[in-house]
Design a protein around this ligand. Structure first.
Ligand SMILES: C[S@@+](CC[C@H](N)C(=O)[O-])C[C@H]1O[C@@H](n2cnc3c(N)ncnc32)[C@H](O)[C@@H]1O
Length: 306
């Protein structure tokens, strides 16, 4: 087990390859980084490569059976977006011409400098996602395993420093005034805006990246735009209450173009097996279940009832 957590600054801002870097080590570092990020709503950014392969295959087989070739795709709650790229590539390999949008609650983050030796990665509201002091990165939350006394003490120390100096520097107001835009070059506190996605997505002009909260009403720029929406490892009963899940499904429905379009809800278990359902929007505005992967989605009853 590697106890050295990759620092956001190193992963997202350093242009030169890391020492001994290969595509595999970079992928492993990204996996460790994203698994360590816990958002203010308690959801983790955990993801990994090839996680949704069987889901991608099942969907393409379904499109072929139905004789449809959708063009507009939305992947929500994408985390690093590694599964989004894999989905995009699998669609292209099946001779489709996808236009893909990837969204996440925390796509945009900021690197804040508290002192010359101490940075904090925060979300747009100033919620800390990672501390980095003296070159060592730390999670701001308490992992149940591998949590040694030193970690606990340092985390507490950094949390106190962040609260005290963040307040003194007027950080929350500064972040709010940016409205998701990059900071001015000479900003003494907010050093950079970071898009929290894999390097493979950051330079990919084929995939649109947006911040988006699926529990909130659909913003105008997403309304009625997509023929296929995927919600993987987000619409879980562990994360949200039944009313919140219902609301999220209604919100996603309003992003679909209309009858005949698709919603995929899937969840990966710890054994890496996927369980999901592909729904199709009917003329009455309700969903019907078209096909299942594994045991099907754990929220199938909720989707069918909206
Ligand atoms: C476990 S990851 C899933 C990543 C990816 N879909 C996959 O299956 O590999 C959950 C993601 O949901 C995002 N998330 C949490 N709450 C959200 C919300 N209300 N709206 C949109 N995304 C959210 C988190 O930022 C995180 O990246």
């Amino acid at each position: 087990m590697n106890y050295m957590l990759p620092a956001a600054k190193q992963l997202f801002l350093e242009v030169n390859p890391l020492p001994d870097e290969t595509a595999t080590t970079r992928a492993q570092m990204e996996k460790e980084f994203f698994s360590s990020v816990r958002l203010s709503n308690g959801v983790f950014k955990t993801t990994s490569t090839l996680r949704l392969d069987d889901v991608n295959k099942a969907l393409i087989a379904l499109f072929q059976d139905l004789g449809v070739a959708p063009k507009t795709f939305l992947d929500v709650a994408v985390s690093s977006g590694i599964s989004t790229i894999e989905w995009f590539e699998s669609l292209q390999q099946a001779s489709l011409k996808p236009s893909m949008t990837a969204t996440d609650l925390t796509m945009t983050a900021y690197l804040v400098r508290l002192f010359s030796w101490c940075n904090v990665l925060v979300d747009k509201e100033g919620f800390p996602l990672q501390y980095e002091c003296g070159g060592f990165a730390l999670r701001p939350w308490s992992p149940k395993r591998y949590y040694v006394l030193g970690d606990w003490f340092l985390t507490l120390l950094y949390r106190t420093l962040y609260r005290r100096f963040g307040q003194r520097l007027g950080l929350l107001n500064r972040l709010k005034s940016l409205e998701g835009n990059p900071p001015p070059i000479n900003d003494p506190v907010i050093k950079a805006r970071i898009q929290l996605v894999t390097w493979r997505l950051r330079d990919n002009t084929n995939i649109e990246l947006l911040d988006d909260d699926i529990t909130q009403p659909t913003p105008p720029h997403l309304r009625g735009r997509f023929e296929v929406i995927r919600a993987a490892n987000i619409l879980n009963r562990d994360y949200f209450s039944i009313p919140q899940l219902r609301e999220a499904v209604i919100n996603l429905r309003s992003r679909l173009v209309g009858p005949g379009t698709f919603l995929i809800v899937v969840c990966t278990e710890e054994t890496d097996s996927n369980h999901g359902t592909v729904f199709r929007l009917s003329h009455t505005g309700s969903f019907e279940a078209l096909t299942r992967i594994g045991r099907g989605s754990e929220i199938e009853d909720i989707v069918l009832s909206v």
